[in-house]
Design a protein around this ligand. Structure first.
Ligand SMILES: [Zn+2]
Length: 262
């Protein structure tokens, strides 16, 4: 590896920063897409789980309904037996007793009929609720599958793009010393993914602190690799030409520093 001068190093770092911005953008879009799909899936699983619980409750209610209906049938048979008995009764004392029993059974039947009717209505209601929820969940499931199918192509494309950009990054990174890469990575990670910034109006484009003239001079001369003393980001300056084709950079102070650097 040829040893690079500071100007060449900062050029490489700027390229890396541009590539890292690109990768980050694609990753963010990709992760956003994936996390939307995951959220949708979570909601669906929750609703499907709830639907399962509702069905279980329905089946419990149905078996309770069957039990109550059978008890009602028993009571009706009791009524028939009591009625038959009444026809065979000859003594008045016994007649009164059987009649009282008939009344009790009738009351019982009435109560049980009310109970079973209420239960029937509640079950009917619950069944309708479940059916509606089932349809909603089915629609949601279909929408989620369509979304996943739509996104599959885009995700593959983004994965391909990330791979391609990473390959380009490796090629560029191979041209610069490892310890420089490590420094760049450290700043990049510590400063929200911005490790290289321009000096703007004599200030660091990252943290806005004023950059001292001696640093500006060093950047202009390309005599050393300059990191902002406050935020550690690597600094560069864009060279702008005046009408005579001479480099003009930033404020008068910068221009003076540039002149001093000549
Ligand atoms: Zn700074």
């Amino acid at each position: 590896m040829a040893t690079l001068n500071p100007r060449q190093i900062i050029d490489v770092l700027r390229k890396l920063q541009a590539i890292d911005d690109e990768i980050r953008d694609v990753r963010e879009t990709r992760n956003g897409m994936v996390s939307n799909l995951e959220k949708l899936e979570t909601v669906l699983e929750m609703r499907e789980g709830q639907l399962g619980e509702m069905r279980e409750k329905l089946s419990e209610a149905e078996s309770w309904h069957r039990k109550k209906t059978a008890e009602l049938e028993d009571e009706r048979e009791k009524l028939n037996r009591a009625k038959a008995k009444l026809n065979t009764v000859t003594r008045s004392k016994e007649y009164v007793a059987v009649n009282r029993e008939l009344d009790n059974v009738r009351k019982n039947i009435q109560n049980r009929e009310d109970e079973v009717e209420k239960l029937t209505l509640a079950i009917e209601d619950f069944r309708n609720t479940i059916e509606r929820e089932d349809e909603k969940v089915k629609d949601l499931r279909a929408a989620a599958e369509a979304e996943a199918a739509n996104n599959r192509g885009a995700l593959d494309e983004m994965d391909g793009k990330i791979g391609e950009v990473e390959k380009r990054r490796n090629e560029i990174a191979a041209g610069v010393e490892r310890n420089i890469l490590r420094r760049y990575k450290k700043v990049f990670d510590a400063r929200d993914g911005v490790g290289v910034v321009a000096v703007v109006d004599d200030s660091c484009g990252g943290c806005n602190m004023v950059v001292q003239p001696r640093f500006i001079e060093a950047i202009l001369r390309g005599s050393s690799l300059v990191q902002c003393p406050f935020c550690s980001r690597f600094l560069y300056m864009d060279t702008v030409m005046d009408e005579d084709g001479n480099p003009v950079i930033g404020s008068p102070a910068t221009v003076a520093a540039a002149a001093a650097a000549e």
